[in-house]
Every structure is written in C-alpha cells, then in structure tokens.
Ligand binder design. Sequence first.
Ligand SMILES: C[S@@+](CC[C@H](N)C(=O)[O-])C[C@H]1O[C@@H](n2cnc3c(N)ncnc32)[C@H](O)[C@@H]1O
Length: 254
Amino acid sequence: MLTLVGLGLYDEKDVTQRGIDAAKAADVIYIELYTNAWHGKDGLEKIVGKKITELMREDLEQGAGKIIDEAKTKDVVLFISGDPLIATTHSTLLSDAKHAGVETRVVHNASIVSAIGETGLHVYKFGATATVPFPEKTGGKLPESVYGVLASNKAAGLHTLLLLDITTEKCMTPNEAMSTLLELEKTRGEKIFTEETDVVVFARAGAPDAKIFFGTVRDMKDVDFGMPPMVVIVPGKLHFSEREFLESRLKGQL
Ligand SMILES: C[S@@+](CC[C@H](N)C(=O)[O-])C[C@H]1O[C@@H](n2cnc3c(N)ncnc32)[C@H](O)[C@@H]1O
C-alpha cells in the first residue's frame, strides 16, 4: 500500500494523528522536502520512532516506479508538505500507483492554498496559481507565463497566488519575485505589475511567527520578510470586506 500523508504548514506539530498512525504502522517511510521549506523532520522522526528517508527530486520525478514497486509488497508512507495533492507530481504518483494495481490512501492536511484565507482575501476568488522560478530554471529568460497568469486573473477580477521557487540551496524571497515581475512589466508594458500595484506577502503561514504584510510594491520591495516559506499574493478586484480587512488590520504592520 502507498499512503501519501500531508505534513501541514510548518513543522511536526502540524502532522495529524491519522498521519502519525499511518507512519507508525508502515514498513518504509519517506519524506519529500524539495518542494517546500518545512521545518519539522527531526521532531517527526522522534514522534514516529522510526527512520524517515528524505527523497530528492529525481527519486520522485524519475524514480517513482521504484517507490510504486516497493508499495506492491510493503506498506510505504510518503510524507509531503502541506496537503499531499496540491503539487501535480504527487497526483501523478497517486494515479500511476493506482494504474499499477497498488492500493493507495491519502491523509490530507492544511495547505498554503487554504491558509491564504487568513489574509482576509476570499479563497473562492483566486484564479490560477503560478510559481515564480529562479532564472537558472528558465535558462535566464524572464518567466513570461507568470505574467500571463497575472494578466488573465486580473482581467477576470481574480486574486493571484504566487508560490516562490525553492532549490536545495535557497528559497526565493518575495523581494526577488517582485523584482522579476517588475522586469517583466518593463518588457510587456501592460500595467499588470507596477510600483503602484498592491501586494500581500504571507510569511510562514501556520508558524508561531506567521506574518501578513500588505502594501504597494514600492513600499514592500525592500522589506525584510524573514525566514521562508512565503508567498506573494496579487489581489484582483477587492470586495469591500476584503479591502477593509487588509487596510484596517494589516497596513499598520509594515
Ligand atoms: C510547491 S508549494 C507546496 C505546496 C504544499 N503541498 C501545500 O499544500 O501547501 C511550495 C511553496 O508554497 C509556499 N508555501 C508553502 N508553505 C507555506 C507556508 N507555510 N507559508 C507561506 N508559504 C508557503 C512557498 O512559496 C513554497 O515555496
């Protein structure tokens, strides 16, 4: 059996009892941390009382067949940050395992995709999500597709959630993401992301020191937002209750 278990938002305190029980009963336990900065691996190993093997990107993207084969004869648990089915890699793993005749199970958890409701923005008014990639992932080219997502969400009055890229060495900062978008604006010139655009930065959702920032790009581009993980949100058309929440409760935090 292959069980995908969500780790929740920040550290081992976010893992559900159902997830811990699945791991305690498993023959093999893996954890995938290359798609997010999640902070509780050592604590989780202590709670579960077993070794948890960390997988690298290639283990899951090219080597998924090995994990699926292993799950034919053993109980395999794979821990994934947030909710396990938010990234397409993990949905593909689940459907490949089902096709291979492996029994599967999913233990859900909170995701950044739901946590963004804490900003006061209505979760149902978000359009497509995009990830702002590091230049080395795009061969040095500006990520035009991110600008495209922003433009079409804006045209539909929808908010845009921008996830920030991560590699084994570094996490993209909101400042780098804003500067990439300002560069794109220079080449595209459609007034989608300018110094006057309002943005929300949600830092460390779920952590004791979680913080929400709101302001124009001009005000926000040099702010030190602290430790990852973080997201940038570009609000679309604001309902008066969303604006009131952001302006009255959050502007003072800058
Ligand atoms: C590929 S997504 C991970 C999605 C995860 N499976 C989930 O459901 O939350 C990784 C990106 O989400 C954002 N992110 C994840 N957890 C976060 C948190 N607790 N606070 C702020 N941003 C977060 C960061 O931009 C990070 O680089």
